[in-house]
Design a protein around this ligand. Sequence first.
Ligand code: NAD
Ligand code: UDP
Ligand code: UDP
Length: 361
Amino acid sequence: LDQQIVHYPSQIHHRVGRIPLGLKRKGLRIVVTGGAGFVGSHLVDRLIARGDSVIVIDNFFTGRKENLMHQFGNPRFELIRHDVVEPILLEVDQIYHLACPASPVHYKFNPIKTIISFLSLSPSSLTNVAGTLNMLGLAKRVGARFLLTSTSEVYGDPLQHPQKETYWGNVNPIGVRSCYDEGKRVAETLSMDYHRGAGIEVALDNKLHVRIARIFNTYGPRMCIDDGRVVSNFVAQALRKEPLTVYGDGKQTRSFQYVSDLVEGLMRLMEGDHVGPFNLGNPGEFTMLELAKVVQETIDPNAKIEFRPNTEDDPHKRKPDISRAKELLGWEPTVSLRKGLPLMVQDFRQRIFGEQKDTSF
Ligand code: NAD
Ligand code: UDP
Ligand code: UDP
């Protein structure tokens, strides 16, 4: 297993020649940061299936080698254990920047590190460098196209419903979720500043090619079983015959997107001509009580519901307006919650009860 992991020097000592923007469709070299995670690993599978070569950068904070093991041995696949807050030197055509803990339980675990994943003091140069900045620096140096996976959390507890990309959001800057919300907002800012070419000479037309996706709640196979997010919690609880834990009164809403729809949206965004930001989410809106009901219908009609106090600053509602993605990317979700949930349940069942493993979702 360890033979698959290549350790790269974390500091850059010199710059190498720029690679022209990859225009041919086959055989691109693509970096996926956070590729051992839930969304990243599905994206990697699609890119490899398309014929591209993929380098995954991951520090395994929430990701797992198991998510990618079926790619080990493939000459077009490489896995690097590396923390994106450290610089890295690679030659690639495209960068999908996903690395970041996504579950509130995980990102609140080490909030300083979460925001540092986007912006930090570099131990080497004492300038504002890290995470997103490093990946933007890498993209700039080699003329690669850069895609940031931002989040619906940039809208905070939204006062506009559904949320359009033009909405600037309602985020508490000093709350417990801020490390994530504000971190992603800064990451968007950095991406746009690099795109606008703030004092930098880049690529052919002097602009860094940047893409921004604002992802709404996504679920599917390979989610961390105990990551604390609501769909993974409910599914694992129902399978283990434990009560479903509904936080607060359960009337808050979210819109749940199946992972294959998201991956399709990310790839269209990367290949398309528009910077964004684009909402990528399923407009089907559910209260947590309605979600619990769908989980009961799918797994166990007798599953009990247990109410727990809600977490601080929990957004009351969330639903994407996806008109922009429909019009400019020709994208919209195709998998409803009732269709997608059973696919995730099948995977969770196998992982929880140790039934025969199938990683080829
Ligand atoms: P995940 O936790 O499964 O994956 C994140 C991956 O990033 C993991 O493999 C983790 O080990 C890696 N990682 C974290 N910090 C790192 C670091 N400093 N250096 C290198 N690797 C690091 O989460 P996910 O659900 O797959 O989310 C992927 C991306 O999509 C994240 O950027 C997240 O913010 C965004 N997003 C996800 C959702 C969702 O519902 N899944 C919603 C909005 C946005
Ligand atoms: N960087 C990197 N890999 C590269 C090029 C840059 O990790 O191939 C990092 C670099 O260490 C820096 C950040 O990206 O911390 C921003 O780079 P940029 O060139 O934009 O800024 P500068 O180094 O000029 O401050
Ligand atoms: N939630 C819940 N039970 C759980 C976990 C979460 O009722 O076991 C609620 C949570 O309070 C929030 C919603 O589900 O209102 C979505 O939470 P999640 O952590 O999945 O995502 P996010 O808050 O980031 O949208």
